[in-house]
Design a protein around this ligand. Structure first.
Ligand code: NAD
Ligand code: DAU
Length: 360
């Protein structure tokens, strides 16, 4: 039975990945999830898998070398899928240092512990050991409004402390591959959306605010473009890269689904209006009048767009979920998980929100 060590599995993409993997492989694999449970990590995301004999949760910080070494010593890990990171650009603008610590130092610890556990005295690695570093398209910087795509060969040009820390972590993975022949892959993915996403990010924030008749904050002119991918398609891509990808390669993952932020907000409003029953009191609250233009994000990247040609041609992965369908599924999930949203928006979240959006 193959053993996966997943870092950051209690977060948005990590928890979707764990659900996807158990849905696909059931009892054929074992997953160990190591997560520090920061504000972004939520054990509720994994309630359904908690009772499984082939699932183990370890609460630990990826910067804690002893804890990570112990996990490798006590388990014969075959695959590492490294999601754990600080992931929100706005938070990185306010508090960059924690991004450097987790994203750079944490990745260095993960790489080193894996290498120490896996490397043979002659510098080779047993067949089947693989480390997948989950990264972002933001490392490539920003594209012009009227053209161009990010390819795997696009030079790195990060602008935010978040993307700079992710770029640094990618460089460390590259250095391990070049120096130690360490068996790894890097994936650089575009913006994800779907179930379990924390409402600091655009799509769940807009859904949550709209349902309460609260303002819908749009940064700048609302014309920044992101390339949106349904999270389950990302989970599938990660699995396919580990199964079929060539070691030491980088694969870009994207939805070919570029949209301006303001378009996204209008689609969410329309979809909510379609999906809410006529007698649901929230229906009267959801309105384009809630849209409010606010101060722009500092250093706001204008456009991201991934060319997913390599992963399609080499591995056969393509996005499957059309945006209208994905957003309906996402909204349906939030409708069915009102308590989840209430729990994550109580306490600390409110303080973050008021401070971030200057709510008096
Ligand atoms: P998230 O913020 O929802 O989850 C991050 C998880 O990591 C949380 O469970 C958190 O508790 C955990 N974590 C944070 N610091 C930790 C530490 N020091 N030790 C152990 N665990 C720690 O993030 P996400 O949106 O699920 O993103 C996951 C990964 O995918 C990140 O590496 C991110 O850069 C990358 N990524 C995200 C997107 C996106 O659109 N969200 C797109 C491309 C790539
Ligand atoms: O591109 C991949 C990246 O996508 C990931 O690496 C990051 O972890 C993830 O957070 C995401 O980064 P973005 O900054 O693109 O996502 P966010 O949801 O924060 O913002 C999406 C766009 O919406 C961006 O142009 C900023 C804008 N925005 C965001 C918020 C939260 C608003 O206009 N208003 C808002 O309130």
């Amino acid at each position: 039975m193959r053993t996966y060590l997943v870092t950051g599995g209690a977060g948005f993409i990590g928890s979707n990945y764990i659900h996807y993997m158990f849905g696909k492989y059931d009892n054929e694999i074992r997953i160990i999830n190591v997560d520090a449970l920061t504000y972004a990590g939520n054990p509720e995301n994994l309630q359904e898998v908690e009772g499984r004999e082939n699932y183990t949760f370890v609460r630990a910080d990826i910067c804690d070398k002893e804890a990570i070494t112990r996990i490798f010593a006590e388990n014969d890990i075959d695959r590492v899928v490294h999601f754990a990171a600080e992931s929100h650009v706005d938070r990185s603008i306010k508090s960059p240092e924690v991004f450097v610590r987790t994203n750079v130092l944490g990745t260095a610890v993960m790489l080193n512990c894996a290498r120490e556990a896996w490397e043979r005295p002659d510098g080779t690695y047993p067949e089947g050991k693989r480390f997948l570093h989950v990264s972002t398209d933001e490392v490539y910087g920003s594209l012009e409004e009227d053209g161009g795509y990010f390819y795997e060969t696009t030079p790195y040009a990060p602008h935010s402390p978040y993307s700079a820390s992710k770029a640094s972590s990618d460089m460390l993975v590259r250095a391990y591959m070049d120096t130690y022949h360490f068996p790894a892959n890097i994936t650089n993915c575009s913006n994800n959306y779907g179930p379990y996403q924390f409402p600091e990010k655009l799509i769940p924030l807009i859904i949550n605010n709209a349902l309460q008749g609260k303002k819908l904050p749009v940064y700048g002119d609302g014309k920044n473009v992101r390339d949106w991918l349904y999270v389950e398609d990302h989970a599938k891509a990660i699995d396919m890269v580990q199964e079929k990808g060539r070691l030491f390669e980088t694969y870009n993952i994207g939805g070919h689904n570029e949209k301006q932020n303001i378009e996204i907000i209008h689609i969410i409003i329309e979809t909510l209006q379609e999906m809410l029953a006529a007698d649901d009191p929230r229906r009267a609250l959801v309105s384009p009048d809630l849209i409010t233009y606010v101060e722009d994000r500092k250093g706001h990247d204008r456009r991201y767009a991934i060319a997913p040609d390599k992963i399609r041609d080499e591995i056969g992965w393509e996005p499957e979920t059309m945006f209208r369908e994905g957003i309906r599924r996402t909204i349906g999930w939030y409708f069915a998980h009102e308590d989840w949203m209430k729990n994550v928006t109580s306490g600390e979240y409110q303080k973050y929100y008021d401070d971030m959006y200057h709510v008096k």
